[in-house]
Design a protein around this ligand. Structure first.
Ligand code: BG6
Length: 486
């Protein structure tokens, strides 16, 4: 899987920020170690902090060593790739200096610009780069990676797109959603489209409902002010990551794995999502805050920003009509766990019901993190003279001992180098996702009731069960069977 040594420069705006130091630089280091970076690839960090090249190199070395990276020749050779340009992204002089750097370092052909900065700078940086002639593809390519959120609602996404397309072609824009780069999320495609066994069952005739969970134990540490103003679980997680998972679970088989083929199918799913019925909002979309959120530094007094959301959606197409998809995410919950739980319908005749406590539908459980696993729960006879049943589990851990799981950013950063946009979001996908969440956000904005509260370390508000209405459904919190312990 070598990239064939494509010469380029990786320019990271916001290089001293948390994303760059915790994810991007370590991912580039891994790519370096695996031989995916051509010998002459340079990595330029840009930021306001006045580092020189040497002090930046020393800083990154220290960060790596502190995080357990060995001080060896591999690290030395990676550090040699690093350079730094300090300045204000708001000033033309910075972009002129960047232009000179690109020219002087002989990487005029291929350049990747990674916007790891606050979203309100996206347009300014693009315009600065364009004015300095840095986005023109005279020979080679110029690519721009944009972190989520792409806008904060449908209208602002349109405005952002409008400003970007004045200077960039769609092929130059890589809208990143790191969740899609996770091994287990990519495995959804393999599970569905490399195994015939699931396909006949993968529809409204056999599936009762689907749950998609992303639970975190951490709060909004260090980014409360940003989260409180522009985030909230709906914008921060559902609009992007969880709707992407839903799209991969619900999409039709693409004609190929080529970017447009994949994205065409995902867009169709997102466009088929039934608009949330605002007259039923409180039973279809639950919002809540963890106890203590209001006291976090940076959170506005009386804030209604939700740190937990549960949302019921329907995909109104031939395959899925009538099957609810329950999405939920929250911070400060009991466990860190992301998973998909697919509940199948019950057998039409319950032959064994009298001899079994309760009914046991089949479940397919797909662990995204921390475990990357696939489990199928089926009923089986309990050994003995009586015909009694219980649930057993067919369990497959996706990785084998000794296999290293690639980090999402490694995959995605390499894809940018290779020009593979299949795991990046197309503009119409982003628009369709905003169309799903915008009405809910509007409904909440018009609601004077504060969000529900839930204790830290719980599974969220009890009232989130309301989303299941009169049914006997309940949330699956773990990959374990009932009675399997824990
Ligand atoms: C980010 C959100 O996109 O994803 C964060 O902004 C969230 O709030 C994070 O914590 C979760 O991703 P991961 O990969 O850390 O589980």
């Amino acid at each position: 899987m070598s990239c064939g040594g494509v010469s380029h420069a990786y320019v990271i705006f916001g290089a001293t920020g948390n994303l760059a130091t915790a994810k991007l630089l370590p991912a580039l280091f891994q790519l370096h170690g695996m031989g995916h970076l051509a010998a002459d690839v340079e990595i330029l960090g840009c930021g306001r902090t006045p580092f020189t090249r040497d002090s930046w190199r020393a800083e990154v070395r220290k960060l790596f060593v502190d995080s357990g990276v060995a001080e060896d020749t591999l690290l030395d050779s990676f550090i040699q790739r690093l350079d730094y340009l300090s300045g204000s992204l708001k000033e033309a002089v910075f972009y002129e200096a960047l232009h000179s750097w690109v020219r002087d370092n002989g990487c005029e052909n291929n350049v990747i610009f990674y916007l790891s900065v606050s979203p309100d700078l996206y347009v300014e940086v693009t315009e600065g780069l364009a004015a300095a002639g840095l986005l023109q593809e005279e020979s080679g390519w110029r690519r721009m990676v944009i972190e989520k959120p792409f806008g904060h609602d449908l209208q602002s996404a349109r405005d952002l797109q409008h400003s970007l397309e004045a200077h960039l072609k769609e092929e130059q824009i890589y809208r990143i959603d790191h969740y899609v780069g996770k091994e287990a999320v990519q495995n959804l495609l393999v599970l569905r489209f490399a195994n015939l066994i699931l396909e006949p069952l993968w529809n409204r005739h056999y599936i009762d409902h689907v749950q998609i969970t992303h639970a975190e134990t951490v709060g909004v540490d260090g980014r409360a002010s940003y989260y409180d103003n522009s985030g909230g679980a709906m914008r921060d997680m559902i609009q992007s990551h969880l709707l992407q998972v839903l799209a991969l679970l619900a999409m039709e088989p693409p004609v190929s794995l080529e970017a447009e083929a994949l994205r065409d199918e995902k867009v169709k799913v997102l466009k088929s999502i039934r608009p949330v019925d605002l007259s039923q909002l409180s039973s279809q979309a639950i919002r809540a805050q963890y106890a203590g959120y209001q006291q976090e530094k940076g959170v506005a007094a009386g804030s209604h920003t939700e740190t937990y959301t549960a949302l019921k959606l329907y995909v109104d197409n031939w395959r899925w009509r009538g099957v609810p998809f329950y999405l939920r995410t929250g911070k400060c919950l009991k466990e860190r766990r992301s998973m998909v739980a697919v509940c199948f319908k019950e057998a039409p005749v319950q032959l064994f019901q009298e001899r079994t406590a309760g009914t046991h539908p089949n479940w397919l459980l797909i662990g995204i993190q921390p475990e990357d696993a696939v489990r199928l729960e089926i009923s089986a006879k309990i050994p003995g003279l009586e015909m009694r049943t219980r649930q057993i589990v067919m369990d497959a851990s996706v990785g084998s001992p000794g296999e290293r799981k690639a980090e999402a950013y490694e995959e995605l950063l390499l894809d940018v180098i290779q020009g593979d946009r299949s795991l990046f979001l197309r503009y119409d996908e982003v628009k369709a996702a905003w169309s799903v969440v915008d009405p809910v956000m509007q409904g909440w904005a018009n609601d004077e009731q504060p969000p529900l509260q839930y204790p830290q370390g719980s599974w969220g508000p009890k009232a989130a069960e309301k989303i299941f209405g009169e049914t006997a459904r309940e949330w699956r919190h773990t990959l374990r069977c009932n009675g399997e312990g824990g």
